[in-house]
Design a binder for this molecule. Structure first.
Ligand code: ADP
Ligand code: ASP
Ligand code: MG
Length: 449
């Protein structure tokens, strides 16, 4: 078995967390490839090293002295190294880095968060260190050169047997450092798992798996033990941020499951994410709920709209001209809506509405602001007729007005719009009516994994 174990920032926030990581790695000899993020928060209002390094860049850009900030970062690393008895000359190396900082690119500077963390972890585990700049190869357009990356990773694995690799960055063939999006250590882990044909991609974090709702909105939500890639993608896109939303692609394409585990409670089962997830015994109707606030919807009505060729396309092209990406476009017979991110249209919404008027001459056009979208996700919903009706009924009884409804094409999610102000309450109503209380007997389909 080959296991790739990625540890997030909270798993290496201080020396105590490093000790937990070592116990986990030692507990299973199959865990030979370790990917690590930069040290994260030790407590709620602490700073992530990555955020501090971004701040260093801002200091440089505005010609403000960043020395005290660099000292703070150095102190965090050297404290960890000191407490663990690691001999890597962290202070010397960090000072070398600081002394030439003005000649370095912003990406390079930010990447040192994972680089130094991985250096310390490698020595502490007794594993060789492998620099991501040597194996994670980016094209110049920012996408991954999977062929080259695979060759280099396979080579390194054969040569070294095991390694600790910093996440979140890589380099182009000419050596220029490139970063993934925030939270991108999850993507590095997935790429390593794919290229080394791992049996499983373990993602170690600070929660015991994927929760069925955001713990800041619902009190102690249930853990989801099994979830499909599709469900997970819907939920993470809508704000369930435990795994970077793009991290599933590299492993999904080759059928490697992802396991979310808690570094602080390693004995907990966690969540397994794979293509199908049924055990055909007892299945939940709703897998999870996620949502985001601050959307805006434009509703357009015109009699006999469905007969007019290109009507919807013309409407969407107005948004395109303003560079606004569309989240959803629920359509009816003579009306449709366009849902966009409120921030994207803050300055242009009146100009957009004006052009829609000119272009389409609609009977009615109106704008709904302060809209929150809630996505209720469940692979079993399409097998139970009337689920959406029951959800709307429960919200209606609680006096919550639904401003918009749409369903994903595979029918694994129902997305509804409510006022921002009703957001938390709506999620709690759905959670308590359907997730907490309900277990459903599902028919056996014999395709369990
Ligand atoms: P790491 O430092 O390991 O990369 P992240 O902070 O990126 O960890 O992701 C874990 C966090 O995601 C949790 O601490 C939790 O606050 C948050 N989170 C948001 N929604 C969910 C959810 N549905 N299930 C689990 N965690 C969630
Ligand atoms: N350290 C990076 C971040 O904070 C990447 C990661 O944590 O995965 O975004
Ligand atoms: Mg993360």
């Amino acid at each position: 078995m080959i296991k790739v174990a990625k540890f997030g920032g909270s798993s290496v926030a201080d020396a105590g967390q490093f000790r937990k990581v070592r116990d986990i790695v030692r507990a299973d000899p199959d865990r030979s490839y370790v990917v690590v993020s930069a040290a994260g928060k030790r407590f709620a209002d602490d700073n992530k090293i990555t955020d501090l390094l971004l701040l260093v860049n801002a200091h440089i850009a505005y010609h403000v002295d960043g020395t005290p900030l660099l000292k703070d970062i150095e102190e965090r690393f050297s404290e960890i190294a000191r407490e663990l008895g690691v001999t890597y000359p962290i202070e010397e190396k960090f000072e070398e880095f600081s002394s030439v900082i003005r000649s370095l690119s912003p990406e390079y500077i930010v990447s040192r968060g994972e680089w130094f963390t991985a250096r310390i972890l490698a020595e502490y585990l007794g594993f060789p260190f492998l620099d991501a700049a040597d194996v994670i190869v980016f094209h110049h357009d920012g996408t991954i050169d999977m062929e080259r990356t695979k060759t280099r990773l396979k080579d390194a694995a054969a040569r070294m047997g095991r390694f600790v690799l910093p996440g979140f960055y890589g380099a182009t063939v000419d050596g220029t450092i490139k970063l993934f999006k925030r939270g991108g250590g999850d993507i590095t882990g997935a790429i390593v798992a794919r290229c080394l044909d791992a049996t499983v991609y373990e993602n170690w974090t600070d929660v015991s798996g994927f929760l069925s709702a955001d713990p800041r909105v619902v009190d102690s939500p249930r853990t989801i033990h099994r979830i499909t890639f599709d469900e997970m993608r819907e939920l993470s896109y809508m704000g369930a941020s435990v795994l970077q939303e793009e991290a599933i692609f590299p492993v999904r394409e080759v059928g490697i499951p992802i396991q979310i585990k808690n570094t602080n409670l390693p004995e907990k089962r966690g969540t397994i994410i794979r293509e199908t997830a049924e055990d055909n015994v007892r299945e939940h109707l709703i897998t999870g709920i996620a949502g985001r606030k601050n959307f805006m919807a434009v509703h357009i009505q015109k009699a006999h709209m469905s007969d007019k060729v290109g009507f919807l396309r013309r409407a969407l092209s107005v948004f395109e001209r303003y560079g606004v990406s569309i989240e959803h476009a629920p359509t009816g017979v003579d009306s449709f809506g366009v849902v966009v991110n409120g921030v994207d249209v803050r300055e242009t919404i009146y100009a957009i509405v004006n052009e829609l008027q000119q272009e389409l001459k609609p009977d009615v056009i109106n704008v709904v602001d302060q809209l929150a979208l809630i996505s209720v996700v469940g692979r079993n919903m399409n097998r139970r007729a009337g689920t959406s009706g029951r959800i709307f009924g429960a919200l209606g009884e609680a006096g919550i007005n639904i401003r918009m409804i749409t369903q994903s094409s595979q029918e694994i999610s129902i997305i509804m719009g409510v006022n921002n102000a009703d957001f938390d309450r709506a999620i709690n109503v759905i959670y308590h009516n359907f997730v907490e209380s309900e277990m459903v007997e599902m028919p056996s389909r014999g395709d369990a994994q």
